[in-house]
Design a protein around this ligand. Structure first.
Ligand SMILES: *Cc1c(COP(=O)(O)O)cnc(C)c1O
Length: 379
């Protein structure tokens, strides 16, 4: 039934072999920088590639400060801690996301609350957020209190799904009104802009992931971006075992984490970032080819939303129903074209099944229909 689709994807990638969903490309100075790194013996958590990478990310995103971490999840964890999220607090997020977002909330002994996404962005819906808060929250002494649990709603984490920016300016206004810290999960969205501002720079803090399946990778890696010097300093301190800076004394003034990005990963990433522009334009042309091909189909291709400039990290189509989706997944995967359904909603996972939820109509609709198709950069 989907022979034409499979042929088209094979045409794009010009191969009869297995086509993965997303694989990294190393076309630049990766080996050179890795060798430099090894020759210098600074392969671990100190080294000039880490500093250089942080500066490069700040320049690219136009964020004042960047703190590199060992992965996106640790960046999320630290952002939440710095926002003051602790045991018994609540954090609003979207049910349609990778599990890392909720895991990080749990590491802080806090609880997630799920509000719906918009159908077009697949990211948090400002309407759903405002509706939930209107009904369930009151502001007392500049804190947002959940009327039902009595707990403080401390932070909100929207996510830019597959690199498509959500309505982050509206979400920011709502969070400000309710005294909720905004942390942007921009794990998937390096190179994506909302109204000409890089994703991750609307919130007090944003985080990006450089895991092996993301647009650029350090093998592993992540970072926190922020314009707030105090938050940046706290992030750096917490990710480096809270060591007090001194020429020789070895002292720590709180419980910290060993979350710093190793120099080896930063060396790889410094090179990857040099090619991000090339990767982004290749991704856009792959997406445009898909858009053209899928425009005559009864189901739809996910395009970048209004006001958003997407990095098109993972291309996605929306099948007409679950039955058609399952058939598509079966046929493509059995013919060596790797496709994948969108995540199971977080509120359906055993760890989060008791979480408080708003109306999740859009998330449930998308969960049954959205499938990612091969999206690697073509050289
Ligand atoms: C990849 C990803 C993360 C986590 O990043 P890691 O570097 O794998 O820890 C977090 N949130 C989202 C939405 C992601 O896609």
């Amino acid at each position: 039934m989907f022979e034409k689709e499979i042929d088209f994807i094979r045409d794009i990638y010009q191969t009869k072999d297995f086509i993965p969903l997303h694989e990294p490309r190393f076309i630049g100075n990766e080996k050179k920088y890795l060798n430099e790194c090894i020759d210098s013996t600074f392969v671990s958590s100190v080294g000039e590639f880490v500093d250089r990478f942080e500066e490069d990310i700040s320049k690219f995103t136009n964020a004042k400060y960047t703190v590199a971490t060992m992965n996106g999840t640790s960046a999320l964890h630290i952002s939440l801690l710095i926002s003051g999220v602790e045991s018994g607090y609540e954090v609003i997020t979207q049910p349609l996301s990778f599990v890392a977002t909720c895991n990080a909330i749990s590491y802080c002994m806090a609880k997630p609350i799920f509000v719906d996404v918009d159908k077009d962005t697949m990211g948090m819906s400002p309407l759903a957020l405002e509706g939930f808060l209107n009904e369930n929250a009151i502001v007392k002494n500049q804190q947002c209190v959940n009327k039902f649990t009595g707990n403080i709603i401390k932070a909100c984490i929207p996510m830019h799904t597959f690199g498509h920016p959500c309505r982050i300016d509206e979400i920011k206004d709502i969070c400000d009104k309710y005294y909720i810290s905004l942390i942007e999960d921009a794990a998937e969205s390096i190179g994506s802009f909302y109204k000409d501002k890089h994703t991750g720079t609307y919130g007090q803090m944003g985080l990006i992931s450089f895991n092996g399946n993301k647009i650029i990778t350090g093998g592993g890696g992540g970072c926190i971006i922020t314009d707030d010097e105090i938050l940046a300093k706290k992030a750096k301190h917490l990710t480096t075992t809270a060591k007090v800076s001194h020429k020789w004394e070895y002292t720590h003034n709180m419980i910290g984490y060993n979350y710093r990005m190793p120099n080896l990963n930063a060396a790889l990433l410094t090179s990857q970032l040099e090619n991000l522009g090339t990767f982004l334009s290749s991704k856009r042309s792959v997406a445009m080819a898909y858009k053209e091909f899928f425009k005559d189909k009864p189901y739809g291709f996910v395009e970048e939303p209004t006001n958003g400039h997407s990095n098109y990290w993972l291309n996605a189509i929306i099948l007409q129903d679950k039955e058609e989706r399952d058939l598509f997944l079966y046929e493509t995967n059995s013919k060596g074209v790797n496709t994948r359904p969108i995540w199971t909603l977080m509120n359906k996972l055993p760890m989060f099944k008791d979480a408080q939820c708003g109306n999740l109509t859009n998330a449930e609709w998308l969960e049954e229909r959205v499938v990612n198709i091969p999206s690697s950069v073509i050289l």
